[in-house]
Design a protein around this ligand. Structure first.
Ligand SMILES: [Zn+2]
Length: 301
């Protein structure tokens, strides 16, 4: 039996377990200035299950297109299920989940679902290598004020997008599946006869959930300000990844969400993840960090 992995940009992966095809997130229809990943959702003719981490467009968009064409089952939050239902995906394909479920998708594939957390999008974020501190212990009102302050100073998501690109981005988003709510982020542990694959599509977790989990392979988002038990990490991206790896103890790590998915014209395609690579080499030298390009099919097991 072979298990292969393709990265499709942002936090989207295709996992193929002996011919059974799972998409982990489904976002691949991007603005023209974001590097093309080589496939659009309309190209996908084969999919058996879609696992959606949360309901923001850069994760859930495309799930409706793929689900309708292929008949794939979709696992996601109630908010994700609502979006798909409203887009015309039959209820029989939807497996709304909160965390705590274990779905059998195939003789060889079961999926455990865990409650999780989105990254702290209300405060500052930085690429790997930059330590961020502060913004600790704030109420929701205070967090909204931080977010408003960032937006007013032009420091929010999509900062500095040229007007024409912002228009393109807005009109693309208007045509895509999207919720302003993350819907309650879910993490997944995909169980196969050859090994397990953990998937997280945003930088957040509950320690109480992750500390008892183990995975052979971990697909980990590496973008934004990490969220640990509801508070922003006092540290950098590599500190967050190190903590996840110390709990999950995978032999292989693949990062996601670190490419230029938003299409900022003057940004490199791939964020430099050297600080993460160097950290893991130091604290977890037996862990293999795979760095794959789009659609570079990689055998996991
Ligand atoms: Zn998100």
């Amino acid at each position: 039996m072979t298990v292969t992995l393709d990265w499709l940009g942002c936090a989207t992966f295709r996992l193929t377990v002996n011919g059974f095809v799972l998409f982990l997130d489904t976002y691949m229809d991007r603005v023209s200035t974001a590097p093309a990943v080589g496939l659009t959702s309309a190209d996908i003719a084969e999919a058996d299950a879609l696992l959606i981490g949360h309901s923001h467009f850069d994760h859930v968009a495309g799930a409706d297109v793929i689900a309708k064409r292929t008949g794939a089952k979709v696992i996601g939050s109630n908010e994700t299920a609502r979006l798909l239902r409203e887009a015309g995906v039959p209820d029989a394909q939807l497996l709304p989940s909160q965390g705590g479920e274990r779905h059998r998708l195939h003789d060889d594939v079961t999926v455990r679902v865990f409650p999780s957390l989105h990254s702290c999008i209300w405060t500052r974020a930085a690429a790997p290598g930059t330590v961020l501190t502060g913004d600790y212990g704030l109420t929701q009102d205070e967090r909204l004020a931080v977010r408003a302050g960032l937006a007013a100073s032009g420091g929010g998501l999509g900062r500095g997008l040229p007007a024409e690109l912002q228009r393109e981005s807005n009109s693309l988003r208007a045509s895509q599946l999207h919720s302003n709510s993350d819907g309650g982020k879910l993490d997944y542990l995909i169980e196969t006869p050859e090994g397990t694959v953990f998937f997280a599509d945003s930088m957040g977790y509950w320690t109480g959930v992750l500390s008892d989990l183990r995975a052979d392979v971990a697909l980990l988002a590496a973008a934004g300000r990490g969220n640990i038990d509801g508070e922003p990490i006092q540290g950098a991206v590599e500190d967050f990844i190190e903590r996840q790896v110390s709990m999950l103890k995978p032999h292989t790590v693949v990062l996601g969400h670190h490419d230029n998915w938003i299409g900022v014209p003057d940004q490199p395609d791939i964020t430099d993840v050297t600080p993460v690579r160097e950290r893991l080499a130091r604290v977890a030298p037996r862990v293999r960090m795979l760095e794959v390009g789009y659609l570079e099919s990689t055998r996991l097991f």
